[in-house]
Each structure stands twice: as C-alpha cells, then as structure tokens.
Ligand binder design. Structure first.
Ligand code: TPP
Length: 246
C-alpha cells in the first residue's frame, strides 16, 4: 500500500480491490475503518446481510508509519476479528533493508496490541492457503496478522532481495533470467488459456453465495432496506452531508 505518497487513496482501482493508498500508513488505517464499519453494519442489520472479512495487503513501509500504531491498537482493542492483514515481509523498503531505520519485532508489537499472529512462506501457495484458512477460521476474537515471508523481485538474479527491485523496471536481462527461473515461456501480458480458465473457475466459486445474498437483500422491506442500500452505495447520510467538504 505504498504507490505514490502525493496521491490520495484510490477507490476501486480494479475489480476485487476496494481501495489502495499511496501514503504509507493510510492503507492499514483505512482497513481498520472498514472493519469497524463491518461490525457496525452487522450489529444493525444482522449476520444474514453483513458478515465479511476485510483483507489487507500491507508492506513494511505501512507498518513503519506512526499512524499504523493508532490503527493497530484500536483494532486490537475493538477485537475486530474479521480483519486480516497480510504483511509482505520482504525486509526491503525504497532505500534499502528495513534494518537501516527500524528494528521493531512486529510479532511482539501486534501481539502486544491484541492481535493474533500467524506466519507463512509467501512464495508457497499451499502454505499461504494453510495460513489464510487458519486466519479466516475465527478461532478467537482478535484481528489477525499473517507474516508472509517474501523476497522482493523473486527470481531476478541480480536485483532480487534488494531495493533495486522496489520501484524501477527490472530491465530486459533481469526479466529474461526471472522468466527462465520460473519456467515461464509466454510473452508479456499473455495469460495462457488453461490458467485463465482455472482463475475464472475460482472466481465463480462465490456466485451462488452472492445470488443468495442478493435474494436476502431483495427480501428486505421498508426503511431498513433503504438505509442498507444507502450505506452500501456509499451515499452520505442527511445528518453528515452538511459537514462534508464539497
Ligand atoms: C507517508 C509516506 N512517506 C513516504 C513515502 C514514499 N515511499 C514510497 S514506497 C516507500 C517504501 C515502502 O517500502 P515497503 O512498504 O517495504 O514496500 P516494498 O519495498 O516491499 O515494495 C516509501 C518510503 C510514501 N509513499 N508515503
């Protein structure tokens, strides 16, 4: 969540992502707000209509910003059990290794703030699946940090695990070597048909649940339905509207 610190958070930058942020620290703070909204909606409209996880991908930089502590502390205190943060723990920032500027033990920090902490190998799909299944199981009422150990620029022989892979193109030579390391034989932006079919099948897994949810929303009546629709659409309430900058 650290693309461009001059730009404000972006709403729905692509399908499946609700927000991204350039300013480090704002992403994790926004996600705590989203998880609070989920709790509030569930309390008011019930689990049949509101019961979802807030999934976050955050880098070292997001966790280094001061504001992240206020957000993490609030999430732990409020027991936001449906908040799951995947920490891209690659040990690299824009200027070099994290250890240049920070020696925080993030596991102890999150645990001290009331979070559950899990770990996985961020390059091993089966291990990621294990950790995410555990994180989503709702074993207790704490928000969850999943420490995903990763290598930035994985596969690029000279630039991997360095800040050289952070924000600049890898260059033709490194790209060719990384493709060879992965055994990836397709051209740029080509998605092979079999992989596309598998992804589409995974995407379709939730369609029955979605249709059932739509039916439950359609079955709502009266002012509750109007209020639910307004909130989901993001329209500001009459009470708040006068206070909102235009
Ligand atoms: C508040 C703020 N300060 C500074 C920056 C500039 N900046 C962009 S990326 C970055 C480092 C981010 O490191 P990390 O989150 O570890 O990302 P990775 O190197 O793993 O891609 C910095 C300092 C920013 N985006 N926001």
């Amino acid at each position: 969540m650290g693309r461009d610190h001059r730009r404000p958070p972006r709403i729905r930058p692509c399908r499946g992502v609700e927000t991204t942020t350039g300013p480090l620290g704002q992403g994790i703070a926004t996600s705590v707000g989203m998880a609070i909204a989920e709790e509030a909606m569930r309390a008011q409209f019930g689990e049949e209509l509101c019961q979802h996880k807030t999934w976050v991908i955050a880098g070292d930089g997001c966790l280094m910003e001061g504001i992240s502590q206020e957000a993490i502390g609030l999430a732990g205190n409020l027991k936001l059990k449906n908040l799951i943060v995947l920490w891209d723990n690659n040990d690299i920032t824009i200027d070099g290794r994290v250890s240049l500027s920070d020696a925080t033990d993030q596991h102890k920090r999150f645990e001290a703030s009331g979070w559950r902490v899990l770990s996985c190998d961020g390059h091993d799909a089966a291990d990621i699946d294990r950790a995410l299944t555990d994180a989503a199981s709702g074993k207790d009422d704490r928000p969850v940090l999943v420490d995903c150990k990763t290598i930035i620029g994985f596969g690029a022989p000279k630039k991997q695990d360095t800040s050289g892979a952070h924000g600049a193109p890898l260059g033709a030579e490194e790209i060719a070597a990384a493709r060879a390391a992965y055994g990836w034989e397709y051209g740029p932006f080509v998605i092979p048909d079999d992989l596309r079919a598998e992804w589409n099948a995974i995407g379709a897994q939730g369609s029955a649940a979605r249709a059932a949810w739509n039916a439950r929303v359609d079955a709502m009546n009266g002012p509750a339905r109007e209020e639910f629709a307004r909130r989901v659409s993001g329209e500001i309430s009459e009470k708040l509207a006068p206070l909102w900058p235009h």
